[in-house]
Ligand binder design. Structure first.
Ligand code: PEP
Ligand code: MG
Length: 758
């Protein structure tokens, strides 16, 4: 088979196949012609097509083998060379077929005179539906270009076969990893149980047409798609859409490298030259890379493979015009979303009523997407390895974020066991709901204030449902994140007014916009387009607000107007030095004076507070506290700075414990610095919503918690079982002489007193 040019060989074959496909003959007759065309085109003595029928690979057409064997020779999946190709979905290229351990001789075919053998899977929707193979009398290995021509032809063949209805689209070869029940472990990011069907955040593209009608038009489409994709990648890099450094930056670098890789685009163009559509060409090149990469056993390369796969899918989406995420296509009910990672804004696009859970390949506990999910009451499992290789679109899933696992395609027994647990959790939820109107007093009679965190109008009904004392942290930037453009003042005013109305006489603490870090607004280049090396410690929150004070002025006006006649609680994020608090307060006071001159109805009172998230501020509390009405400790940011551990970094997600003596000692010092002042101290980070952490906080003197709504019930229940003197004493001892694990010590303490605290 002296093929010197795979492209022209494939093109010649494809042109002829095009005619065959267009002809009006019967499917079997078409297939008979097809093997002749391919055999001739590749100058091969034998060319055979095996197709999947009733679970077996059946010889459907052949040139060169005995015709009596057609529809007689049948191989099981995994049996012989043909069965192995289908099972592994991989190419075989053998100089001496009989030397292969899987070779199985079929006398009826008369194949004994042929020595060399090359076969490729015929793939439909990522799965093998048949095998195309060529054989030669001379023992020789086929050239790579010959194999490529064969693979291209196999791709076209899959369309022909499917159009002719020769194989049932549902009848496919799948490995147990793709069909059976599989349990995948991950890291619990938001607790909870969910059952539903897998939906990919970025759906895979189905390629309808493989053979091109007009080569130039296809080339044009792919050139345009490349331009668009490169533009997107460049924009991503400049906006650091991927969030914070580390792994994400590496990904972005790899993306850029692939996006501009000449070799990749050239191979796609060659595939179009051979007669494929732009979509098929991209997929074809992707298949080839996949096959090559599979032979290399290197986890780093496997990661790169994912990147290229992502990029290839992005290119496919652009070229096919199927650009939306699953959110824009509308969800079915009971969806469990699958993604590599998500931004908070992307998650907020989903319909909360239908989204039951999220499973991510990456993710970390305090990333904002996780905070959003927690606020939405959606369980999230992160750091799940092998997720995208195992789960297929539509697969039934049982997500058990409590245990840190997801079961893919569960069997009946498991579904039953899961249902039983589900019922139990519902019972528990009902028990918490019963606590809704019960005030959280400790056993010794101290009233603890339990507030909730919120960020959207939709969160407000939770206030009554959970029975919280108010909103201790309203993250105003969420409105900015879900909006395509900067929200105008009127829109902001309306939201804040609605929120206050919904809260009735319960207080709401509005935090001024905290953008930057992993909360990136696509429409706001807050950093003059420069990529920040370390955005969490960069140009964010109050730092942006004080320099670009237009944004803060608009927000101040909106908040002051919305609170007309009521008390406004406003708090500033990321205060690092007392003057920053003063400057922000002065800006509000300026707006207040303006409204006064305009004779507008003013708030009855304005109470100003600061967030303690930057450790340096803890050293200045003697200066700052007298100027405050309240202080709120944002432990999510605070702990990332105390441990110098990026809160969104997947590799650090499990490294440090909130229940470390270092953090607890620090928080205790802060708490004590405020004693004697008429200033409320609240902990509003995620840790306050976890029982053991809440217990520890009570033990160091914290009496106000602002937590995720789902935590209100469980934390109230805990409070009612705690004796403050007892836990204070225990914490004092542990902090003076730390045990090997504070977490374990607390857990044991709770267990001994019959307090459920996991
Ligand atoms: C925090 O940092 O603890 C906090 C509550 O703010 P955010 O999580 O929005 O940064
Ligand atoms: Mg913060």
């Amino acid at each position: 088979m002296p093929v010197t040019n795979a492209v022209s060989a494939a093109r010649t074959i494809l042109t002829r196949l095009h005619d065959v496909m267009a002809s009006r003959s019967h499917a079997q007759a078409k297939l008979n012609t097809v093997v002749e065309v391919i055999g001739e085109g590749l100058d091969s003595e034998v060319c055979s097509v095996y197709l999947l029928r009733e679970g077996m690979l059946e010889l459907f057409a052949t040139r060169g083998l005995a015709q009596e064997a057609v529809h007689v020779t049948r191989m099981a999946i995994g049996e012989g060379l043909v069965g192995t190709i289908a099972q592994d979905n991989e190419t075989l290229n053998l100089a001496e077929a009989t030397a292969h351990p899987d070779f199985s001789y079929r006398p009826e075919t008369g194949e004994e005179k042929y020595h060399s053998f090359a076969g490729v899977p015929i793939v439909r929707r990522e799965r093998a539906v048949g095998v195309l193979c060529v054989q030669h009398a001379d023992p020789r290995r086929y050239e790579e270009i010959e194999i490529e021509a064969l693979q291209t032809v196999a791709m076209v063949l899959s369309e022909l076969i499917s159009n002719a209805g020769l194989v049932d689209d549902e009848e496919v070869v799948l490995s147990p990893q793709q069909t059976g029940q599989v349990r995948l472990d991950g890291l619990t990011l938001v607790k909870g149980l969910a059952a539903g069907n897998a939906v990919y955040h970025q759906p895979r593209i189905t390629i309808e047409h493989v053979m091109a009608e007009d080569r130039d038009a296809e080339l044009q489409r792919v050139y345009l798609a490349f331009d668009k994709m490169r533009e997107q990648i460049d924009r991503m890099a400049s906006q650091a859409e991927f969030g914070v450094g580390g792994e994400h930056e590496e990904v972005l670098e790899t993306y850029k490298m692939f996006a501009y890789d000449e070799g990749w685009s050239r191979r796609i163009i060659e595939a179009i030259d051979s007669g494929l559509t732009a979509e098929a060409a991209i997929e074809r090149v992707q298949q080839r890379t996949r096959m090559r990469m599979r032979q290399i056993d290197d986890p780093l390369l496997a990661d790169r493979m994912h990147d290229l796969e992502d990029l290839s899918n992005r290119l496919l989406r652009i070229v096919s015009g199927q650009i939306g995420t699953a959110a824009s296509m509308g969800l079915r009910s009971d969806t469990i979303l699958i993604a590599r990672n998500l931004g908070p804004a992307e998650l907020l696009e989903y319909d909360k009523r239908r989204l039951k859970g999220v499973v991510l390949e990456e993710g970390s506990l305090t990333a904002h997407v996780v905070i959003v999910a927690r606020a939405m009451g959606v369980p999230v499992l992160g750091r799940v390895r092998g997720l995208r290789g195992t789960v297929r679109e539509g697969d039934p899933l049982l997500l058990d974020a409590d245990k840190g696992e997801v079961v893919v395609r569960p069997n009946e027994a498991l579904i039953e066991a899961f249902d039983a647990r589900f019922a139990k959790t519902k019972e528990r939820a009902a028990a918490y709901a019963a606590l809704r109107d019960v005030e959280p007093f400790t056993r010794d009679g101290t009233r603890i204030t339990v507030l909730m965190n919120a960020g959207l109008r939709d969160d407000m009904p939770n206030l009554a449902l959970a029975g919280a004392d108010g909103v201790g942290l309203f993250r105003t930037e969420f409105q900015f994140l879900v909006s395509a453009t900067l929200p105008a003042r009127e829109r902001q005013t309306r939201l804040y007014r609605d929120v206050l109305d919904a809260a009735g006489d319960k207080p709401v603490v509005f935090r001024t916009v905290d953008i930057g870090g992993d909360k990136v607004l696509p429409y706001l280049r807050h950093n003059d387009g420069e990529v920040e090396e370390n955005p969490a410690m960069g140009w964010r929150a109050l730092r942006v607000a004080l320099e670009r004070d237009g944004l803060l002025k608009v927000q101040a006006r909106a908040l002051l107007e919305a609170a007309a006649g009521r008390t406004l609680h406003v708090m500033f994020p990321m205060v690092a030095e007392p003057w920053e608090f003063d400057a922000a307060k002065a800006l509000f006071e300026g707006q207040l004076a303006f409204l006064k001159r305009q004779k507008k109805v003013l708030p009855e009172a304005v109470r100003y507070g600061a967030m303690l998230e930057v450790p340096a501020l803890a050293e200045m509390l003697d200066v700052l506290v007298p100027r405050l009405s309240f202080l709120s400790i944002g432990t999510n940011d605070l702990t990332q700075f105390l441990f110098a551990a990026d809160r969104a970094h997947p590799k650090l997600a499990e490294r440090y414990d909130w229940l470390s003596p270092a953090i607890m000692r620090f928080l205790k010092r802060v708490q004590q610095a405020v004693v004697g002042h008429d200033v409320d101290v609240t902990v509003c980070g995620e840790m306050g919503g976890r029982r053991l952490e809440a217990l520890a906080l009570l033990g160091i003197g914290i009496r106000r918690l602002s937590i995720t709504p789902a935590g209100v019930g469980p934390i109230k229940e805990l409070i009612r079982k705690v004796d403050l003197d007892e836990i204070t004493q225990a914490m004092n001892q542990w902090l003076a002489a730390p045990p090997p694990s504070l977490r374990e010590a607390l857990a044991e303490w709770a267990r001994d007193r019959g307090i459920e605290a996991d």
